[in-house]
Design a protein around this ligand. Sequence first.
Ligand code: CP
Ligand code: NVA
Length: 309
Amino acid sequence: MPQHFLAVRDISADEFNYIVDKAIEIKRDPEPWSESLKGRTLAMIFQKTSTRTRFSFEAGMTQLGGHAIFAQTQHTQMGIADIADEGKVISRYADLIMARMMYNRDLVALAQGSEVSVINGCDDRYHPAQALTDLMTIKEKLGRTEGVKIVYMGIANNVSNSLSMASIYAGARFTLCVPEFDPPAVDEEQLAILRANDRYEETDDPAEAMKDADVVYTDTWINMEHFNNPEFAEEKERRIRTFKPYQVNEDLLRLSGKETTLVMHCLPAHKGYEVNETILYHPNSVVFDQAENRLHAQKALMLWLLGKL
Ligand code: CP
Ligand code: NVA
């Protein structure tokens, strides 16, 4: 079976940290890798919208000398066919598949059919390519990940699932500061692993969580597929009321007691909700470098999956 990257736990901590280090190296000196994937094709399948994931994977493939094919599922036969069969067929044309599916179960089916590695481009449970980028960014900015205190503020979701596991893999301390979990993202098996680790903690108290934080990270309270969905309007209002005390802003940042606490967000951000109008532009915010790093981290990931690192 090919090596997939559907969740952080699909690879070992050593493998994860190796790819992070290589990503930093490739960012500093990309030239030696410019022909590494010559003649190779990445199939990119999207059931949902995207800016960063789509552009960074496609540009990454260009920079490695390969080619990427972009397809929205509604323009394929995936809606009327068996997903595993479609995955098998696509894998006969492409050397790698990256897919952003609505449901993790469909991504798993796609990967089960595929004869090449499949990368999760964000589903309802995980966003592992984002987490790889996030730990790369923290290492790049702070020079280390070991012992760093990473606080995730807001709703426990696909992004926090991948970030929490990745942080533990990288030797960091991780505090999940949430009043509740996004139901489809609950992963009991992973939670049991995390809760058994003394570098992992959970709280619903932002002031307690922020003490000594080296990084504060947040994400949308409402995932992209629901954000403008009228059927989700009532739940959206409820979440806005529930999560308001968890907004990342200058007052919250000061609670770390450190001048250097980094502000991170996977983007897209929703100003007035999980962040205020100004925090993304604070000197401690690294969100735009973080977004750039999707490119470098995913280049390293694709090289690794294709046996080139
Ligand atoms: N962070 C992220 O995955 O962004 P997109 O939804 O724009 O791809
Ligand atoms: N939690 C967000 C992540 C966006 C990259 C969502 O699923 O929409």
